[in-house]
Design a protein around this ligand. Structure first.
Ligand code: GLY
Length: 369
């Protein structure tokens, strides 16, 4: 540094707290458009959705076949969750002269919500986004809490921003036509919410498992409410994942590694299920288990038809390698969220994610085949 430096401080006022409503119901999609237009009168809507949603007729249900400018992500799914899709959305809005008064309406699953939310976060330095999730994974988790982003060629969600939605509308009736594998996989995130925060909710899941598998709408409405309540409580306390919000990553550390190693052949919720069982084994190995939670979590995942083992084509070394690259790794090794009991996450010294030595993780992974 030179001798004659000058310094000054810039004080930026804290961003005012904001809140957004979550509306949950059955068959509400058809009545939303006038509500959205009334609620954001000075805004021009731009829809982001995907090819499957268009095919399922949900776009027409939402807009009443009104001709609204939109970007249709095609192909649907994780394969399109990259920065080029965001560039295409932003450039389409620019070419069509959309400005800062635009509101993005994200209609779809987790991939649509993540991409559309990220486009909203960066378009002209940020515009509002309304999330209308249509899958179990998006209704339980990704539409609430403001995590947005896309994958790089190296890792998941490498480009991203916290960008809270302006509102979330959950129509559980959209789950009626969801492909069975996707439907069941997304419920893995609901099991996670129950496991980390609410034993009664876990018991509700156990008691109602048949109704859940049969897609009983009133049970699904109750599940959506419980998921959003748990997620909102955590996010309100720690919106930017400095500490408490890490508990929402239960099962995700090993889960993400398995998901990447499978080349995204396995669905996110399926991998979260595998990751929760691996975390349970770590808890056992660390002497933290005095109840039957692992058996109960495994039983629920089994009843949902979710995998409880790592497929043999994925090697332990692949997983270890990916764990070292985990974006939350400290010193090239991640910390793990662990349970204290069913419905309660372990907190030690005020921390919600814990050191686990590699040996223990490796031994537990060996038991996952
Ligand atoms: N899906 C974890 C979180 O929103 O923090």
């Amino acid at each position: 540094m030179g001798l004659n430096v000058q310094k000054l401080d810039v004080s930026v006022p804290a961003v005012a707290a904001s809140s957004y409503p979550i509306t949950i119901g059955q068959r509400i999609l058809g009545g939303l458009w006038p509500q959205i237009k009334d609620q954001w009168p000075g805004h021009t809507p731009f829809i982001v959705t995907d090819a499957e949603l268009v095919k399922a007729g949900h776009i027409d249900t939402l807009t009443g076949a009104e001709d609204i400018p939109m970007y249709v992500i095609d192909p649907a799914g994780e394969v399109s969750k990259h920065i080029q899709t965001v560039v295409a959305i932003v450039e389409m809005m620019e070419q069509q002269s959309f400005g800062r008064d635009t509101i993005i309406i994200a209609l779809g699953g987790g991939t649509v919500g993540d991409i559309a939310g990220f486009a909203a976060a960066i378009f002209k330095r940020g515009i509002p986004v309304v999330q209308i999730p249509t899958t179990t994974v998006a209704q339980a988790d990704s539409s609430v809490g403001g995590k947005t982003g896309v994958d790089s060629s190296v890792s998941k969600n490498a480009f991203g921003a916290f960008w809270q939605p302006a509102a979330v509308y959950i129509d559980v009736a959209t789950l009626a036509t969801l492909d069975d594998r996707q439907y069941r996989a997304g419920l893995g995130e609901s099991v996670k919410h129950a496991a980390i925060r609410d034993k009664e909710y876990f018991e509700f899941f156990e008691t109602n498992i048949q109704a859940i598998c049969d897609r009983d709408m009133s049970v699904l409405e109750q599940i959506a409410y419980k998921n959003c309540r748990i997620k909102a409580d955590v996010v309100e306390e720690d919106p930017q994942e400095k500490n408490l919000r890490r508990i929402l990553n239960y099962g995700h550390t090993i889960g993400h590694a398995v998901e990447s190693a499978s080349g995204f052949e396995l669905l996110h919720g399926e991998c979260v299920g595998i990751g929760m069982i691996a975390a349970g084994k770590i808890e056992q190995a660390m002497g933290l288990v005095a109840d039957d939670r692992l058996e109960r979590i495994k039983a629920i995942l089994g009843q949902l038809g979710l995998p409880t083992k790592i497929p043999a084509v994925i090697t332990k070394n692949q997983i270890i390698d990916l764990l070292r690259k985990d974006k939350k790794a400290v010193g090239k090794w991640p910390r793990f969220v662990l349970l204290e009991s069913l419905g309660k996450t372990l907190c030690r010294d005020g921390q919600w994610a814990h050191e686990v030595i590699q040996d223990v993780v490796e031994k537990c992974l060996d038991e996952m085949y």
